[in-house]
Design a protein around this ligand. Structure first.
Ligand code: MTE
Ligand code: MO
Length: 319
């Protein structure tokens, strides 16, 4: 997929500049299509889409499984109504402040219970990966929801490459923490960095994806550039943004929200209309852009795919 394959470049030759260029080439070279690069303000990409500064079009994204045909939220909804507390608590703060985050070059540290621990360059992880469009419902624990056409690929694709050992029962995800670029981390809202986690079978589930884009373009920082998780049957806070580390563990990871308020934010956090948040009901939700509230669905409507993961578990106790 890369125009110039990483293996052809001696490691002594690799500079940050090349890493940067390679990632751009990866996204643009994904289908061998020439795509306009945004140069300040707006420019037109391959599909005639307007690209915001810092974005690339992702050509030839294949439609993936599990898509909903519900009305999609607008690009503007998805990129201007966000939770990314490292950039502030207001829904508009991430879109106002997150441009300060540097996302190139980007490496992900993989460690713990794996045969192949290493610091991986993002473009190496993306090499050979088929990017799919997954149109998923997103349900925030705050009881609002959206429908988003994400671009990504199954997390299992990468996990298999790292060769987890028999001791790997959970995966812990750590997200980027850079006080100089993130005004929100000056306040002790959470015990930074933001940490999330999944049980191994959840991480390997075909619905679980790593996201690198939405609406056919690379992610803007407010949505978790350059790479974030999406598990559509879980409350949105599980879907960690801007991931810098994946650690495979025997023990259940201690996650940031669970540490800060264990009664309010469980480790599993599966969408469940019958288990209320201590301070509000989860029975219904506000779909952004709609006037009337709507009923919340068990597992956010993905029960056919994921309910069996929790056979025999009391979903009130293991919230
Ligand atoms: N690092 C990090 N990841 C995060 C968050 C955050 O504050 N920091 N917020 C979470 C919450 S509460 C939600 S609902 C989703 C929102 O994703 P979106 O802004 O792309 O819609 O991101 C999740 N991932
Ligand atoms: Mo959320």
């Amino acid at each position: 997929m890369l125009i110039r394959r990483r293996a052809e470049i001696a490691s002594s030759e690799i500079t940050d500049e090349q890493v940067y260029l390679n990632r751009r080439q990866f996204i643009r070279g994904a289908a061998g299509a020439a795509v306009g690069v945004a140069t300040g303000g707006f420019a037109l990409g391959g599909g005639g889409v307007a690209l915001a500064e810092g974005q690339d079009a992702i050509p030839n994204v294949t439609p993936g499984p599990f898509g909903t045909d519900e009305t999609q939220n607008s690009f503007d909804d998805v990129t201007s109504y966000n939770n990314y507390y490292e950039f502030g608590l207001d829904k508009r703060d991430p879109s106002r402040n997150a441009h300060t985050l540097t996302t190139e070059p980007w490496t992900i540290k993989v460690d713990g219970e794996v045969a192949k621990p290493a610091g991986y360059h993002l473009e190496d992880l993306l090499e050979g990966v088929t990017l799919e469009e997954r149109v998923y419902r997103l349900r925030c624990v705050e009881a609002w929801s959206m429908v988003v056409p994400w671009v990504g690929f199954p997390l299992s694709t990468l996990i298999n490459r790292f060769e987890p050992t028999g001791g790997a029962r959970f995966v812990e995800f750590t997200t980027v923490m850079r006080p100089s670029e993130m005004p929100g981390v000056r306040r002790p809202v959470l015990d930074w960095p933001y940490v999330e986690g999944l049980r191994m079978d959840e991480a390997m589930h075909p619905l679980t994806i790593l996201v690198v884009g939405l609406y056919g373009k690379t992610l803007l920082n407010q949505n978790g550039a350059p790479i974030r998780l999406m598990m559509p049957w879980k409350y949105g806070f599980k879907s960690a943004k801007s991931i810098v580390r994946m650690r495979f563990t025997r023990e259940q990871p201690r996650t940031a929200w669970n540490k800060s308020a264990p009664q309010e934010y469980g480790f599993y956090a599966n969408v469940n209309p019958t288990v209320n948040h201590p301070r509000w009901s989860q029975a219904s939700e506000r779909r952004i852009g709609r006037f009337f509230r709507q009923d919340t669905s068990m597992f956010n409507g993905y029960g056919d795919q994921v309910a069996s993961l929790y056979d025999g578990m009391d979903l009130r106790r293991f919230y």
